[in-house]
Design a protein around this ligand. Structure first.
Ligand code: R5P
Length: 282
């Protein structure tokens, strides 16, 4: 049975259709003191697949409750799918006295599950923080699906070296084009500096590919650099469209034609489903 966290209801339904498994009628409630209650009154079967992107601290608690609820209801196997793993980017102690938040949240998640799947984490090494087997599912190839078929001499760019593999995967799935990456220096949570590469972008369509758009600072800086160099159309695409605060506005003001993302985080721009990739990995 597929069991959905409240932030992953569309993806869980798509996965249930993909696997032809029933979708549990999960109930989400909140007590007067603010505490959450996520319940699975109709759970049946041996295996529970809990699908819950941990997009907020509440979503983390809800996930722990759902894991516990399905065990209470008799599930013999619990598989936890974290389409988007919150806190994954805090994968080291960046200053003395800071926590490794990815490890702390992974440990808590591990207590209620037999197996974990997560989609394109920022660093695959976060899978090692889980106690049961954790697998990173690569859904980046699907990001080529919504791109226009008539891109002019396309260039698939990543805003930093770390995302070049994603840009290459999208280029390969699209079927042609060049790839390159910019150098990025992060000055603070919202301030980044992008140093352009010397790839020729004049009058060419560019697709900027990253794993996540959070505040939109990285993408808007990258797009700004391209606009200064006479680029054709600019599309941005990412696996996790977090789009916090005014990120969508920043990108529109920078001159982006369209934003594409997957349903690991359910937003208006989530035009690609990772359900088939998760179904394959299950
Ligand atoms: C960092 O290396 C990631 O790949 C993303 O580029 C980054 O997390 C995006 O964050 P923001 O949208 O806040 O710049």
């Amino acid at each position: 049975m597929i069991v959905s966290g409240s932030a992953s209801q569309s993806l869980a339904a798509a996965l249930a259709r993909e696997l032809e498994e029933p979708l549990a009628a999960v109930e989400y409630d909140r007590f007067p003191d603010g505490e959450l209650l996520a319940a699975v009154p109709d759970f049946e079967g041996d295996r529970a697949v809990v699908v819950a992107s941990t997009v907020s601290s509440d979503a983390h608690v809800e996930l722990l409750q759902l894991q516990d609820a399905v065990r209470e209801a008799g599930a013999e196997e619990v598989v936890t799918v974290l389409p988007y793993m919150g806190y994954a980017r805090q994968d080291e102690a960046f200053e003395s006295g800071h926590p490794v938040s990815a490890r702390a949240t992974a440990r808590a998640t591990s207590t209620g599950t037999d197996r974990v799947l997560t989609v394109n984490p920022h660093e695959e090494a976060v899978c090692e923080f889980f106690e049961p087997t954790a697998t990173a599912v690569d859904a980046a190839g699907r990001l080529a699906e919504p791109l226009p078929g008539d891109l002019a001499e396309p260039v698939f760019l990543s805003p930093d070296a770390g995302a070049i593999d994603l840009a290459e995967t999208v280029r390969d799935a699209y079927g042609g084009g060049d790839t390159d990456y910019f150098e990025k220096t992060r000055h603070s949570g919202t301030e980044v500096e992008i140093t352009p590469s010397d790839v020729a972008v004049g009058d060419r369509d560019v697709v900027v590919v990253d794993d996540i758009i959070a505040t939109g600072s990285t993408m808007s800086q990258a797009v700004g650099v391209l606009e200064d160099r006479g680029v054709g159309r600019v599309f941005v695409t990412c696996v996790h469209p977090l789009l916090a605060r005014n990120a969508a506005t920043k990108l529109s003001r920078a001159g982006v034609e369209s934003i594409y993302g997957t349903d690991t985080i359910e937003r208006q721009v989530s035009s690609v489903s990772v359900a088939p990739a998760i179904a394959d990995a299950l």
